[in-house]
Design a protein around this ligand. Structure first.
Ligand code: DGL
Length: 255
């Protein structure tokens, strides 16, 4: 499928989407690295969370976001959501072969390479753990590492509420991270883009016992490489950052 009515040139913006505010950490890493790029970010708060949705539903939502981003002239799409990458990136690439896509992958490889204990913990959604990409990454890069997986859906809710510190957030983080530390994990991989928003708290809980690994900077570097390969880096500009939210975030209000 071609890109209807868009003329791709370096001054076009880069599109991002996630189920909510999670992917903003990826967008921010990208903008820090490439300050001349304009961006359009879709936070699909109307359908958040994605973590337990069936893959075909996520594919449908992802395709809708890509259509919106392309209609706004985006020259590249960053799927700033591990769950959506797991479910939909193959479909997106097959549908829009001329669009460069960048997806998320839990940073199991660097964690396994650096681990001294031979145990790493991964925090992500069930959808991410169910994906082919995750299984293949573990099989390729963590053969001799024990990879412990923990689903932490409540982190998504906390982050959508903006509750990234305080007693409730700390208790939630301790409940998920302490068992990984007790099992000997010396690296904790943040495999969901919402979780870096809780990184200070996770680092506080893991202090002296485990390093916290998240791939936002690596994804930003990959996006830069892809743009450079296609001659699409913007030499100037970078003052426009559009944020689209599909619903009132009040639905995550404190209860
Ligand atoms: N931020 C997303 C991810 O990286 C989705 C979390 C959710 O909506 O469940 O997986």
């Amino acid at each position: 499928m071609s890109r209807p009515g868009t003329r791709v040139n370096p001054s076009c913006p880069v599109g991002f989407f996630d189920s909510g505010v999670g992917g903003l950490c990826v967008r921010d890493a990208f903008v820090r690295r490439l300050p001349h790029e304009d961006t359009v970010y879709i936070a699909d708060t109307a359908n958040c969370p994605y973590g337990n949705r069936p893959p075909d539903e996520i594919v449908r939502l992802a395709r809708r976001h890509v259509r919106t981003l392309l209609a706004r002239g985006c020259k590249m799409v960053v799927v700033a959501c591990n769950t959506a990458t797991a479910a939909a990136i193959d479909n997106l690439r097959a549908t829009w072969p001329d669009v460069p896509f960048v997806g998320m992958e839990p940073a199991v490889k660097p964690a396994a390479m650096r681990s001294k204990s031979g145990v790493v913990g991964v925090l992500a959604t069930q959808g991410t753990f169910n994906g082919r990409l995750y299984r293949e990454t573990c099989a390729r890069f963590a053969k001799s590492t024990t990879v412990l997986t923990v689903v932490a859906d409540e982190f998504v809710t906390l982050v959508e509420r903006g509750e990234t510190s305080g007693a409730r957030a700390e208790a939630a983080v301790r409940a998920r991270v302490e068992p990984l530390l007790a099992a000997g994990a010396d690296h904790i991989v943040l495999g969901c883009t919402h979780f870096p928003h809780l990184k200070p708290l996770i680092e506080q809980v893991a202090a002296g016992r485990a390093k916290v690994v998240e791939p936002s900077d690596a994804v930003a570097r990959q996006a830069e490489r892809l743009l450079a390969d296609r001659g699409l880096l913007n030499p100037s500009g970078g003052s426009l950052h559009i944020f689209i939210c599909t619903a009132d975030r009040q639905r995550h209000a404190l209860t």
